[in-house]
Each structure stands twice: as structure tokens, then as C-alpha cells.
Design a protein around this ligand. Structure first.
Ligand SMILES: *Cc1c(COP(=O)(O)O)cnc(C)c1O
Length: 471
């Protein structure tokens, strides 16, 4: 039956229109606003979209994390949730699913991805260690650094060039990895991580060839390989689409091959778990698993629920199977690409090629008249909200700018990006068409856009609460 459906969907893709592979049973109204109204809302929020209420947003592209729409199966799973403290049936189903899909020996449930990171790094890292990764996600970096270790990004050069169309811009630079092992020695590298897909680098995938080569190199030095597996299914689908030899391989087999090269993973179920909360840590190492479970009990919860309710475990167990369905992945990647290609055709400079979960606009190129010190990304984010009630997020000097301790001047970030992240199964094509129309209008009026200055800010993670004034 599954196979039949698969064949059917393959045949259907000869049509130009890729339909959403779901019907809508339950709806959540969008509250419409006028430009006049949004002008006031934006002013009241001090031009920081994090301070805008969700009900005042029409299309919310702030993040794809925890914002997925759950299926009717997942909702029925929620009713079935076994809330027993120890040994719940929901945990059995969760553990069985994770083991079948990921193939690791131990599964440790956590309340979200960063809890898995904290447990992993506080078990394996010590002061002065170095953890290589294609690009550390911000919570991953923070958890490595909290242990006094160094989080070292070793992405290939193509990954740093917004215009490069290279198909696997998330790949690790093998020469840099080799040099790093040579320089610091294997004793100081407790593990190497690969983030699939590379969130901080634009949602770009990592090729199977690269994973295999990294594993080969690490094996020679007895260094374990871990995945930051948040978007593992999207990465597997990119391998199927773009890598020689995988065109006819089922997604589940691609995932199994990928995971087969690793010794463990961290996972946020808020991404490719299709759940609103949850995560887990996997390892093949019995000794580590024992220590990790001790820490788990200390701060997260007992080993058969971690930081989750039984119903969360059910939602994730079902979500992990749904995310591997090819018709879902076809639609998912096509939706993101559709948004990217249309923005590109309208002239907007975007990071190439479109990633898995988001489109990134190069605000430095788009608004060349606004210097980084006046936050071109923030100007674009404000313009998207004002023009169409769309919430995007600045990933540039507001988020990563640093004040120089000596000169007190601000050092800008290396890139000024604006991210439009797409929640899973939430918006239809007409929502995306609307986003494209708004983007075109913003693009047309770009010369009239002005920069911002920050009038109030916190010492760390200032982008969440900073207050701005237009220049
Ligand atoms: C979201 C994310 C995390 C952290 O997961 P949370 O569930 O938000 O704690 C780690 N790595 C990557 C790549 C992510 O996208």
C-alpha cells in the first residue's frame, strides 16, 4: 500500500503544481490589519518584531521551530499519551521509533534540543577542548563554550559565499578538519559535529560523500562523530535530489546510511520532529549513556520521559514517521524553493541556492545605501511588517554585532541577512504568493527605506529586547 501511494505521488509530480499533501481540518484565524494600524503597532513595539504580539502578525516567518501544524494522527496520539512516571507505553513507542529511524543504541529524551546539547557537552567536554562543526548553531556554541571548550566552525569556503550555487554548502572543509586535528591533537577533540542541514549557514545541506569522508578521517584518530540532527529529513531529501546515486533510494534508507556513520546525535523535535516541543540525545556508547542518564535525572526528569509529557512522546513518535514521507518532503522543499525563486526573479538578492527551511535575503546587497552601522536587515524586517504584516528576523549586526572593548565602537557582523523561516504544514501556496507580492512591494520602495539606531539594549542577546528608532 505504502509503495502504491509512493508511485502515485511520483506520477503526480509530472504536473507543474505541487499540491499541499494534506487537507485542513482545524483552522486558526488570521487577524487582518491595515498598514495604518501596523504603523502604530510597529512604533509601539519600538521597531522590534520580537516585541509584537503574535495576533498582530498576519504571516509569521520568525522561525520554523516548534511552529509545525500537527496531523490528526498526532492529535489522536496526544489523547493516547500514557502519563505514567516510569516505563510509560508512550516512551516505549517513542524509543522504538527513534531507534528504528536513527539506529542508535541509547535514546535519552529531553525537553528540547539545547537540553540534549547541555547533557552531551557537560559529559564529554572539558576546559580547553575543541569541538569542530560545519557551523555551530547558537545554543550549540553556547553549550560548548559553557564547558570552557572552543566551538570551531570549519565550513567549506562556498558556504560563506551567499552567491555560490554549490549544492552542498553545508559541507565540512576536510583540509581544515585535518589541520585542526594536527594542530590541537585528538586528545583535545572529544567529538566532531555535523549540523544537518546547516541552520546558521542558510539551511544548506551536507552531502553523503562529505559525511563519509569526515567519518573516515575521524575514525583514523578515534574521534566520535555526532549529528546535530534537527533537520535530518530535509538533509536526506536534498541528498536524494542532488547527489549522484541516490535518486531511487527511499528516504528512510538515506537516513539510515547517514546515521550509520555517526556515534550519536542531538535532536530538537521542534524541527523535523513535527512537534511543538521536545528533543532527544542518542549515543552508541554504553558508558556515556549511563552518565548522561544520571544528569538527565538530575535536571530533566526520569529516563522514560526526560523533560516531556507522555503525550509529547506520542506526538514526536508519529511526527518522525510523517516527516519521512516523500510527498511531504517534495512539498516542503518545493515551497521554500518557490518562495526563493520568485523573490530572485523579482530582483531581490537571496542566499543561493534556497535552503530547506528558510529563505535568506542579503540585506547588505538589497539596501546598499544603508551602512551596517544603521542595520539594513532591521530596515528590511520593519518594511516587511509594515507592508504586509509579515514577521521575519534580522540575522546581522543587530544579532551578532559586537562592541569593541577598546574603541567602544560597534564591529558589524560578517553578513546582514533577513531570514524568512517557513513553519511546517502551516501556510498554503496563496500565503506564500502573498509573501512574494509583499516582497516585491518592499523591493520597489527600497530606496525610500531608512536605517535604525538602537536606543536601548541588553548586554547579551540584545536582539530579543532592543528598542530602535528610525533614522
Ligand atoms: C533549534 C536548533 C537547536 C536547538 O534546539 P532547541 O529545541 O531550540 O533547543 C540546535 N541546533 C540547531 C541546528 C537548531 O536548529
Amino acid at each position: 500500500m505504502e509503495e502504491e501511494i509512493h508511485q502515485l505521488n511520483k506520477a503526480e509530480t509530472s504536473f507543474r503544481t505541487i499540491i499541499e499533501p494534506f487537507k485542513i481540518k482545524s483552522v486558526e484565524p488570521i487577524r487582518m490589519t491595515t498598514r495604518e494600524k501596523r504603523k502604530k503597532i510597529l512604533r509601539d513595539a519600538h521597531y522590534n518584531v520580537f516585541l509584537i504580539k503574535a495576533r498582530d502578525v498576519m504571516i509569521d516567518l520568525l522561525t520554523d521551530s516548534g511552529t509545525s501544524a500537527m496531523s490528526s494522527d498526532q492529535w489522536s496520539g496526544i489523547m493516547r499519551g500514557d502519563e505514567a512516571y516510569a516505563g510509560s507505553e508512550s516512551y516505549e513507542r517513542f524509543e522504538k521509533t527513534v531507534k528504528e529511524i536513527f539506529g542508535f543504541k541509547h535514546v535519552i529524551p529531553t525537553h528540547q534540543g539545547r537540553a540534549a546539547e547541555r547533557i552531551l557537552f557537560s559529559t564529554v567536554c572539558k576546559k580547553g577542548d575543541v569541538v569542530p562543526n560545519n557551523s555551530h548553531f547558537d545554543t550549540t556554541r553556547a553549550n560548548v563554550e559553557y564547558q570552557g571548550a572552543i566551538a570551531q566552525d570549519i565550513l567549506i569556503e562556498e558556504g560563506l559565499d551567499p552567491e555560490s550555487p554549490y549544492p552542498f554548502k553545508g559541507n565540512i572543509d576536510l583540509e581544515k578538519l585535518k589541520a585542526l586535528i594536527h594542530r590541537v591533537g585528538k586528545a583535545r577533540i572529544p567529538l566532531c559535529m555535523i549540523t544537518i542541514t546547516n541552520n546558521s549557514g542558510g539551511g544548506q545541506p551536507v552531502s553523503m560523500a562529505n559525511i563519509r569522508a569526515v567519518k573516515g578521517l575521524l575514525s583514523k584518530h578515534d574521534i566520535p562523530l555526532y549529528f546535530d540532527a534537527c533537520r535530518f529529513a530535509e538533509n536526506a531529501y536534498f541528498i536524494k535530489l542532488r547527489e549522484e546515486g541516490y535518486k531511487n533510494t527511499p528516504i528512510q534508507e538515506i537516513v539510515q546510511e547517514m546515521m550509520g556513520y555517526a556515534d550519536g546525535c542531538t535532536m530538537s523535535a521542534k524541527k523535523d520532529g513535527l512537534a511543538n516541543m521536545g528533543g532527544f540525545l542518542c549515543t552508541n556508547d554504553d558508558f556515556l549513556a549511563k552518565r548522561e542518564r544520571e544528569l538527565l535525572i538530575l535536571t530533566e526528569g526520569f529516563t522514560t520521559y526526560g523533560g516531556m509529557a507522555g503525550r509529547d512522546l506520542e506526538a514526536i513518535a508519529i511526527g518522525l514517521r510523517e516527516i519521512l514521507k516523500e510527498d511531504y518532503l517534495i512539498y516542503r522543499i518545493a515551497e521554500t524553493e518557490y518562495l526563493g525563486r520568485n523573490m530572485e526573479e523579482a530582483g531581490l538578492p537571496i542566499v543561493q541556492p534556497p535552503g530547506g527551511h528558510a529563505i535568506y535575503i542579503d540585506a547588505k546587497a538589497a539596501l546598499a545605501h544603508i551602512p551596517p552601522s544603521e542595520y539594513p536587515g532591521q530596515a528590511l524586517v520593519a518594511a516587511f511588517y509594515l507592508a504586509g504584516g509579515i514577521r521575519a528576523v534580522e540575522i546581522g549586526s543587530v544579532m551578532f554585532g559586537k562592541v569593541d572593548a577598546k574603541t567602544k565602537k560597534e564591529i558589524p557582523a560578517s553578513m546582514e541577512l533577513v531570514r524568512l523561516a517557513i513553519p511546517r504544514r502551516v501556510y498554503t501556496q496563496s500565503h506564500i504568493d502573498y509573501v512574494i507580492e509583499v516582497a516585491k512591494r518592499v523591493w520597489k520602495s527600497r530606496e525610500a527605506l531608512r536605517g535604525f539606531k538602537i536606543v536601548e539594549q541588553a548586554k547579551v542577546l540584545r536582539h530579543f529586547t532592543a528598542k530602535f528608532e528610525p533614522l
